[in-house]
Design a protein around this ligand. Structure first.
Ligand code: SF4
Length: 422
């Protein structure tokens, strides 16, 4: 007998589509977590001083003696088409690789300025690969704000790695999406105890340690913003497992159940491994649930993690969902989470920031999940906020992290309650 996975119901019908002004970071932001994940890779943004400032501030104060990202600044002469930006880029890459022989993969990351002057980074990567004779692999992708929201940067980076993945029909579980190393280690241990022995990750910890892909690959997405990568893996023969994302106890259990079902793990074994984790996770949630239950939450579109988070916060923490916004809605990738949302949940796709702020002000929710740019104005109006970007940087996956995830939302409410008392 297999392990039961959640039933997939039809998606809620009520979706408000918006296409006005957006308030989101661009895909360059994802370099901050990708460079931590792959310490032997280097991310070279081909952009302007604005792009350089963005990643510096998104990463906080750089404490690394040798940071693993940088910006090839396009000067005014490049932007005016007066200089050969390609020559300058080649020279800069050679300098960098001479100084940093430990770099194994170099990502050339496109930006708004490089796209505006139509600098062909795919061609630049091809040229550099020929010159470097395989010593370093050069890949390219776009992190431009014209094309990407901040989490889509990871989708594009993984997509750029995909052609390098060897083909193999070996049976394996492939976890796709960046996880904190400690969380990944815990997941691997659980899968091992379930009897699923071949488990690989994309992105890998070493950029050259690329997993194979083929008919025996079962893909379990760890992050909900990897639509293009998921499609490309399916194109290579992999099967995409449908499951809620591993946020909270229920989501994490069902995510593991999807893998267990695909690999024929007996129910008794699954329960024996997962039940203690579920029990422990629920106990850790309890004190935060007491703060969150009955509170009204408005999720503004930013990270594409909003729908799974809304599912967790309503079902496991008792929060009331005023509106759940997402920058893009990929119905296939969100099917399991959508099916678990309360039936009349108001969903919105896309952004028209002024209209959304009007709805927030009219609803006066207890908490708003939003991008950094909107947090300060809302706080100034007396509305508590949570930065969605913090959720990408925090280890929030798995039953063991459910308490910490809930705490991230309970903290601003506790702080506000204290301020009101004093
Ligand atoms: S890529 Fe575009 S949106 Fe991002 S920092 Fe550079 S100029 Fe700004």
């Amino acid at each position: 007998m297999g392990v039961s996975a959640p039933p997939i119901q039809p998606s809620p019908p009520d979706i408000l589509k918006e296409s006005g002004q957006r308030e989101v970071f661009c895909g360059l932001t994802s370099i901050v977590w990708l460079h931590r994940r792959m310490p032997d890779a280097f991310f070279l943004v081909v952009g302007s001083r604005t792009c350089a400032h963005l990643i510096q501030s998104a990463a906080g104060v750089m404490i690394f003696a040798e940071p693993r990202f940088g910006t090839a600044i396009l000067g005014e002469r490049d932007l005016a088409g007066l200089a050969d930006a390609n020559e300058e880029l080649d020279r800069l890459v050679k300098d960098l690789l001479e100084r940093r022989p430990e770099i194994r993969t170099l990502f050339l990351v496109g930006s708004c300025p490089s796209e505006v002057i139509k600098l062909d980074l795919a061609k630049a990567a091809e040229r550099l690969n020929t010159q470097l004779l395989g010593r370093v692999r050069v890949l390219n992708y776009s992190g431009s704000g014209i094309e990407t929201t901040f989490t889509q940067g990871e989708d594009n980076a993984l997509l750029a790695m995909l052609p390098l993945l060897p083909s193999s029909d070996e049976e394996q579980l492939l976890i796709v999406g960046t996880l904190a190393d400690a969380v990944e280690d815990r997941f691997r241990l659980i899968f091992e105890r379930l009897g699923i022995t071949t488990v690989r990750s994309l992105p890998p910890r070493r950029s050259t340690d690329l997993p194979p892909v083929g008919k025996g690959t079962r893909v379990l997405l760890a992050q909900p913003f990897l639509s293009a990568t998921a499609r490309a893996l399916q194109h290579r023969g992999a099967t995409l497992l449908s499951a809620p994302y591993p946020f909270g106890v229920e989501g994490s259990r069902d995510w593991m159940a999807a893998a267990a079902t695909a690999f024929g793990v007996p129910t008794e074994r699954f329960n024996a491994v997962l039940d203690p984790l579920v029990e422990r996770g629920r106990r850790a949630l309890e004190p935060h649930r007491q703060v969150l239950a009955g509170k009204r939450l408005f999720l503004l579109p930013d990270s594409q993690m909003e729908i799974p988070l809304a599912r967790f916060l309503s079902r496991e923490c008792g929060m009331e969902l005023v509106e759940v916004g997402t920058p893009y809605l990929d119905r296939q990738l969100m099917a399991a989470d959508l099916a678990l949302l309360p039936p009349a949940t108001q969903l919105s796709e896309g952004q028209d920031v002024d209209l959304q702020l009007e709805r927030v002000r009219a609803a006066r929710p207890d908490l708003v999940l939003c991008g950094l740019g909107l947090a300060n104005p809302l706080e100034a109006e007396g509305i508590a906020t949570k930065w969605s970007i913090e959720l990408v940087f925090s280890p929030i996956h798995g039953c063991d992290q459910a308490g910490e995830l809930a705490e991230l939302f309970a903290r601003p409410l506790r702080r506000r309650a204290l301020l009101q008392l004093s």
